[in-house]
Design a protein around this ligand. Structure first.
Ligand code: ZN
Ligand code: ZN
Length: 247
């Protein structure tokens, strides 16, 4: 059994049955959940009007600057909630507190973000988590985006592909960077994977990440998937950070 599954099983056994965020006791019905309905209700959903492509609130004037430099294959990106306090705690728990179980709650919030929901069931679609650099993966023991993608894959009933995209180097988070310098910061950070020959052409691929800031990471990952033959790529994230001075 992979260590992450063992950990998740242990969590089920030993964690007190209380909400991770507000510590209210969870009802018996909610024991597979970790965030109570009240806290989930507080997550502020990202709502239109937004740029049809990147899902950022519509600019006050002129075309959207955020997605102008994205590769052509990246058709749309959507996020479920704004990275406000409660959502931040949830992301933190997913990432640093070894609580992969919270992924089910985040995936529930992302349920309606599915691109082409009216397409055929499955529809050749697949989820691709944003990979971690190997060193970071070893340190953390799991990839939070993969845990999130697996929870979303259950929700949407589509497969998760982990071998088609590799991270070739780590990119330290630098929150002060502008969208353009962020794009430069992640340039070349991903490469097509060397996994068993899965054909990507003609499939609708959905990149999954926990947080969207400028979309630079998703754009760079999409570029690597394009190299591997993908033509229709979407992105979904649980949260979206507001960018100061950027509308
Ligand atoms: Zn709560
Ligand atoms: Zn845009």
């Amino acid at each position: 059994m992979p260590p992450s599954l063992v950990r998740s099983a242990l969590e089920q056994l030993f964690l007190p049955v209380e909400c991770l965020l507000c510590h209210a006791l969870l009802g018996e019905r909610d024991t597979t959940r970790i965030v109570c309905p009240v806290c989930q209700h507080r997550w502020r959903h990202v709502r239109p009007p937004w740029c049809a492509r990147c899902g950022q609130p519509e600019p006050h004037f002129g075309p959207c600057r955020l997605c102008a430099e994205w590769p052509a294959g990246l058709e749309s990106v959507r996020s479920a909630v704004w990275l406000s306090e409660g959502a931040q705690d949830a992301v933190h728990a997913l990432k640093y507190r070894s609580l992969p179980r919270i992924a089910d709650d985040l995936a529930t919030a992302m349920r309606d973000l599915r691109p082409n929901p009216d397409g055929p069931p499955g529809g050749g679609g697949a989820l691709i988590p944003i990979p971690l650099a190997p060193q970071r993966f070893r340190r953390r023991g799991y990839n939070q985006s993969e845990v999130l993608a697996r929870a979303l894959g259950k929700e949407w009933r589509i497969p998760v592909l982990v071998d088609v995209l590799l991270r070739t180097r780590d990119t330290p988070t630098q929150t002060t960077l502008t969208p353009a310098t962020r794009l430069a910061n992640v340039a070349g950070a991903f490469a097509p994977g060397r996994g068993p020959g899965v054909s990507l052409s003609g499939r609708t691929l959905v990149l999954v990440d926990d947080v969207f800031t400028t979309g630079a990471t998703l754009a760079e990952a999409a570029r690597a998937l394009e190299q591997a033959g993908a033509r229709r790529i979407h992105g979904v994230t649980f949260a979206r950070a507001a960018i100061p001075d950027f509308t």
